[in-house]
Design a protein. Structure first.
Length: 167
């Protein structure tokens, strides 16, 4: 389990770093498009489309890293008042439900991606991005998140109380 967790830690770190680069790129391109649109009356034909797909990257591909580092927003009003055993069960159930949800999302996203490739689907815009690229982010991102939820559930079963140890 330690080798899998170590590999997955590196993978989620890479996805997170790419997400940070994507966010910086979005800032630059949105500022550029705004300058071109309102300053020179010559908007770009690609900025909105590219940045829409990059939002998908930030939301989906970095989710496993956010879950892994426990940096998401959550409500702990009830769970903080529960005993250690109940907290462990809650973490395990959340992990298993997360695995189920993410598996379905990855499966359906994979189907969408394969259909987009099969039919050669493209976005109906001047840029004409193949839809397989943004669709492919769904099975990858949700697949990674499913693995992280599974690691969380296993950690809850093994650790008893507290967060599972991560290296």
């Amino acid at each position: 389990m330690g080798a899998v967790d170590a590999f997955f830690a590196k993978l989620t770190l890479a996805l997170r770093v790419v997400g940070q680069v994507v966010l910086a790129f979005m800032v630059v391109t949105i500022c550029y498009d705004s300058l071109m649109r309102y300053g020179l009356a010559a908007p770009t034909s690609w900025s909105l489309e590219i940045n829409t797909f990059l939002i998908i990257y930030i939301a989906v591909m970095t989710a496993a890293a956010i879950q892994r580092d426990d940096e998401h927003i959550r409500i702990t009003f009830f769970t903080s008042r529960a005993g250690p055993g109940t907290q462990r069960v809650i973490r395990a159930v959340i992990g298993l439900v997360g695995v189920a949800f993410c598996t379905i999302m990855a499966w359906r996203g994979g189907m969408m991606t394969m259909q987009a490739i099969e039919y050669g689907e493209r976005v109906s815009s001047g840029f004409g991005t193949p839809t397989a690229f943004p669709y492919a982010m769904l099975p990858i991102g949700f697949g990674a998140l499913a693995v992280q939820f599974l690691l969380d559930a296993i950690g809850a079963f093994r650790a008893g109380t507290g967060s599972p140890e991560r290296g």
